[in-house]
Design a protein around this ligand. Sequence first.
Ligand code: NAP
Length: 327
Amino acid sequence: MARARPSWDPAHLPDQSGRTFLVTGANRGLGYFAAEQLARAGGHVILSGRHPNRLAAAHDALEARVAGASVETLLLDVTNPGSIRAASASLRGGIFQRGRLDGVLMNAGIVHTPRQREVTRDGRELVISTNALGHFVLGAELLVTLAKSAARDWTPRLVWLGSMSTRLGSYEPTDLQLDTGYAAWKAYVQSKVVVQALGLEADARLREAGVPVASVIAHPGYSIGGRTAIVTGVNEPTPWKRFRDGLQAPFAQSKERGAWALVRALIDPSVQGGDYLGPRFLTHGAPVRQTPSRTSSDPEVRRRVWEECERLTRSEWPFARAARVGR
Ligand SMILES: NC(=O)c1ccc[n+]([C@@H]2O[C@H](COP(=O)([O-])OP(=O)(O)OC[C@H]3O[C@@H](n4cnc5c(N)ncnc54)[C@H](OP(=O)(O)O)[C@@H]3O)[C@@H](O)[C@H]2O)c1
């Protein structure tokens, strides 16, 4: 497997003119700053989120901060299968006019997980539903569209949001919805083990089926709002939060910097399916290629997680069709 180029400079990205990217959870945090970096590099960016006012604020902020940005918004709640399917359908229509979808950054997530177990409207545990199941369905919905956009010089990408927390303990995902023994931290770490396992299993299945789409995983280290630039409507930490987050300066970074690994995973030409990127110093630093945790790379865990996600979402990835259209 080729190594990601060590010379990557997040401040000077390759020109992305003519490419279209979808970012989930793009109205704030890492998703917003990744979208901003993609737009600054000339890409067309579709900001998606679950709330129209928050999306409008992010849209306005991005246009104000990036002269000439090409950006649009799309309502998409990743815990709602109907919303995912509706957004994917309208996306397919719009993208046909535009011609292509070059990458999806599957970023939306809950970081501060609820203390007590909560469920979505359709009865699924909230954290796994937001962080993993929704994007599993989104990947299935957009796979053929992505494959259609493959070109001689470009393999479209799906980028999954992993976490360094997956290195803390084994957290083998046996009970995805934590029907018993729910704890906030456990729900988060397990959901990220699941996301990483899905990203690696997707890579294996895409290769086996000959689909010209790459599945890549990125993690942002430890990126916090109080170390991040103030952007009206997007990032407005209180003075107390800025002070508190400032105390973590030696090991925390801003969300702008956290987005570097995500953006590299999405556009560095030397990144390949199955690659795993994160900050050089684990919690912070320039994005480099790393090794995912043992549990999420275990082929047996990966297979089990994939099949369980198929069962829970009643959704299967259309590998054969994507391989046909991608030829
Ligand atoms: N920050 C870190 O240090 C860190 C570390 C490891 C991994 N990550 C991962 O990076 C991703 C982004 O984290 P962040 O720090 O940027 O978090 P954040 O600032 O809390 O932003 C989360 C984003 O996800 C959106 N979201 C939440 N639930 C959603 C839903 N049901 N449908 C659609 N969008 C939804 C939020 O939208 P609303 O504004 O509507 O809530 C928001 O735009 C997450 O997957 C997280 O697990 C972050």
